[in-house]
Design a protein around this ligand. Sequence first.
Ligand code: FAD
Length: 417
Amino acid sequence: MNLPAHRHVVVIVGAGAGGLTVASLLKQARPDLDIALIDPAEYHCYQPAWTLVGAGEFRPEATRRPMAAVIPRGVSWLQARVTAFEPEHQVVVLEDGRRIGYRFLVTALGLQLDWDRIEGLTDTLGANGVCSNYRYDLAPYTWQTLQRLPRDAQALFTQPPMPIKCAGAPQKILYMAADHCRRRGQAVHAHFFTPGPAMFGVPFYAKALDRVVADYGITPHFGHRLIAVDGPARQATFEVTTDGNTAQQTHPFDLLHVVPPQSAPDVIKRSALADDSGWVSVDRHSLRHSRFDTVFGLGDCTTTPNSKTAAAVRAQAPVLVANLLRQLDGRGTERRYDGYASCPLTTSKGRIMLAEFAYDGAITPSFPLDPRVPRRSYWWLKKYYLPHLYWRMVGGHLGPDWHRARRFPEPLPAFVP
Ligand code: FAD
């Protein structure tokens, strides 16, 4: 066996929301801890604001900072890509062949956007009205396309099969686009295509979203999966599943907002860290690997059945750090992650339904108000306060956590989107 060139007490792979937050919290708790953070990226992005960029409500440049500026002080940043994991040797391998050893590994690589799995998509992304808020360089084109929509335009918004990061993002831009056109008195035919059977995975919120869809006159298409795009001809092809039978359907478009299929990073899929689904296999409460005691994972790359969001990272990071330090010291109480995630659903350019939930569909809002009601206050929270909270979080300042299980009457309250 090749011996590692370096060995650190903690190696964190991925300096995204999860990796940075864990590195910062560990450094706060143990200033002398030897931590290496591995990530090839030049910039760290605040991805949740890309939804607002696509609606002309946020400057793209304000969503990213140079990586060098956000790496916590005292943490060694290895600017490189990990190409293999060898958990049985407690080693990760970098693209230049370097072998980095660890006592504890934290996997925080996020997920992989599989643009190529939709035929013709990469040839036309960013042109011919084909846009996506799922990339820094593409989100501004969503707003450009929206502003140039002709009268009676066909505007299509797609969602791929789950799991994806921020399950609400495919429909956030749908509502803001519909609201934009309505304010301008512009007729538009807005369609939402999803392989699923409902607007949202948590029924409590799905019913409220049905009302938003009806209010805008949006046509939902359930059981539809985008499989091909012809940009120059402005045609999108869907595989349609009805009662177990599949067929193909083609729709013309003036705007096509695509959310790409998503999966675990290939480097994880081919490693011993993955289970059959390809994601890093961790216990859903302790965030420790199901087979390798010295490995932890958080964020989008793991098997935990929560909604993949930065809000989930906010709840996971302190649990992971406590459990890792407990193992390092050989004492302490194990902490448990409850599956919390949040999805601020922009039901218009001015109001948000702040969907917060945990494992098994528990409704866990931060505030004692019915979370199905879109509110102006939450819009300001999303646009101004959450970005601030995010940059503080990756710096190790977690801010308040008020979420808890609360009960609300079944009937939908009155509201406007
Ligand atoms: P990321 O933050 O994606 O970071 C992964 C890091 O791993 C990257 O820096 C990458 O360079 C690095 N990496 C990848 N491969 C390797 C490798 N082989 N070697 C080394 N490093 C590697 N969340 C919310 O909470 N609220 C929202 O409203 C919201 N809206 C969203 C809207 C959009 C359009 C998008 C795209 C996301 C949204 N999210 C939202 C989701 C949120 O951004 C993610 O869930 C969060 O960033 C996950 O953190 P992470 O650390 O797991 O992954």
